[in-house]
Every structure is written in C-alpha cells, then in structure tokens.
Design a protein around this ligand. Structure first.
Ligand SMILES: O=C(O)c1cc(=O)[nH]c(=O)n1[C@@H]1O[C@H](COP(=O)(O)O)[C@@H](O)[C@H]1O
Length: 276
C-alpha cells in the first residue's frame, strides 16, 4: 500500500487508528483457552470487531515469538486473516549487518518464502544505513524507523546532544536521505507530545507511527496538534487499551467500544483539520 492509498483509507474510514495485536496467553478470556489456537481466535474476533474502525494492525512479534513455533503459526494466521486493504505492520524492531537484515526483510516481506507479507516492519536505526537498506530493497514495502520512543529510557540515548543536535534528530535527518516519505516512516511515542513540532520540522511529509495512547497515557489531542500534516501523516496505535477492554465472552464488543471512542475522536480531528 502506498502513501496515497493509505491516506485514502484514512479518509474512507475517518480514522488513523492502528490496533496493536499484542496477545498474552495468560490475559486472554478464559472461554478461549481450550481452543486449539486461543491467540488466533482472540485476534480473529478482535479483527472482526474493529476492522471498519482502523486503518492498520500492528502485531508486535515478541508476543508471538515468546511462544515458539506455536506463536509463529498464530502470527502467520493472524496476518493472513487481516483484510488486504488494511495496512499491516510487523513490529519486530530488527536491524543487523546487511546480509542478516536481508534475511529479516525476507522473513516479514517475502510471502512466497516465509508465509508473511507485511506492508511494513519496525527497524532500529543504530547500526546505520547498511543495516536498514536491505529492508528498503523491497520497493513496495515500508520501513518504520525508531526515532523518539515512548518509554522512559528514551532519554538515555535518543536525547543525547552533539554538534548535530539530539541523536533522534540526527536519525531523522540522516535517514531522510536513504529513502523518501513513500517508503519511510518514523516511530514517535505519543508520550512525547512537546517534541512533535520539532519532528514535523525535520520530517514534514512522513507518516509517523505513534504508539503510547491508552495504556501508556499519551494524549491524542497533543499528538495531533503538531503531528498532523496535509495527508494526516499519523498512524496512532493502541494495543492493551483496546484488546483488553473486556475479559469476558463480550471482549470483542468491549474492544470495539474502545476503538470506536478513538475513531470518533479522530474523525472530529480530521474534520476540524479539513482533511475529510
Ligand atoms: O514501535 C512500537 O510500536 C513502539 C515504540 C515505542 O516507542 N513504544 C511502544 O510502546 N511501541 C509498541 O507499541 C505497543 C504499545 O502498546 P500499548 O502500550 O499496550 O498500547 C507495543 O507493541 C510496544 O512495543
């Protein structure tokens, strides 16, 4: 899916919501636990209940990899179940020397080989250009590079100052030369509201993947104040805040209600910005 198509989906659905599919077996509704693949069944019902309200799904691969082969199978089935007009992000935070990154890229993008054909993968930038390029070699796929993350530890390195400014600024500046905004997005945590104006100065046209609303307390309004651009430019993710809204047999309805709240807030933001 290209940038134009993504914006079209945002306008059709009046939403820039990304639903994070981060299932922990112990937290799943009890009635699913006896099924052959409770994780897939959980995701399937969540996808059925939210697909008209969101433009993207983001399974974080850790929640699947932690269960070994079974988990990988659940991930594969989940990816295959997501309707093809919805943007899919493998949140895997990969990046290694070039030939190894090429294998990671195949793992998430090369469907005929790996069984997975995600639209995008999250990548850590710190090994530099040659560690990111193999992902960019897939011309119709996206790299979502970590810029300014939502966690407390973001200040350990990302805010470090040098003659080139803060480290995260340097990540955005340098990587903008590796690919354009048709192939590159940045991760910026919703908890970093005050930095959005600065990020838009460095990356005016890029889509930003913004995790951290919901369970981590980030504000959608603050993110949008400076984060919105003329093609929306935001994919705002909530995982736990949606998928664990309920724990009973009505968990999917409860998840839908939380997703709907966000979608409605997004619709009024998009309307106010003249983007619908
Ligand atoms: O790359 C990410 O998606 C990510 C980056 C970041 O800075 N912070 C962050 O929370 N995430 C991911 O976004 C999701 C947030 O989940 P919730 O806090 O449950 O909404 C998790 O999958 C995190 O791994």
């Amino acid at each position: 899916m290209n940038k134009k198509q993504l914006f079209e989906q945002i306008r059709v659905k009046k939403s820039f919501l990304c639903v994070g599919l981060d299932p922990v077996l112990e937290n799943l509704p009890e009635h699913l636990l006896d099924l052959e693949d409770p994780v897939f069944e959980f995701n399937k019902q969540l996808i059925d209940a939210t697909q008209d309200l969101c433009v993207a799904y983001k399974p974080n691969t850790a929640f699947y990899e932690s269960r070994g082969l079974k988990g990988w199978k659940s991930l594969e089935q989940t990816w295959a179940y997501i309707p093809k007009d919805i943007f899919t992000i493998a949140d895997a935070k990969r990046g290694d020397i070039g030939n190894t990154s090429a294998m990671y890229a195949d793992a998430f993008f090369k469907e005929e080989q790996s069984g997975l054909g995600f639209d995008a993968v999250t990548v850590a930038p710190y090994m530099g250009k040659d560690s990111v390029s193999p992902f960019l070699n897939y011309a119709d796929k996206w790299v979502i590079l970590l810029a300014l993350t939502s966690n407390a530890g973001h200040s350990d390195f990302q805010l470090t100052e040098s003659e080139n400014g803060k480290l995260y600024e340097e990540v955005i500046r340098s990587s903008s030369g590796w690919a354009d905004s048709e192939q590159l997005m940045y991760v910026v945590g919703a908890t970093r509201g005050s930095e959005f104006a600065n990020i838009r100065r460095l990356a005016p046209d890029h889509f930003l993947l913004v995790p951290g609303v919901g369970a981590q307390g980030g504000s959608l309004k603050d993110v949008c104040e400076f984060g919105l651009n003329d093609h929306c430019g935001l994919l705002v993710n909530s995982s736990r805040g949606i998928i664990y809204a309920g724990k009973g047999t009505d968990f999917a309805e409860k998840a839908r209600a939380e997703a709907l709240k966000l979608q409605q807030e997004m619709e009024s933001i998009l309307t106010e910005a003249g983007l619908l």
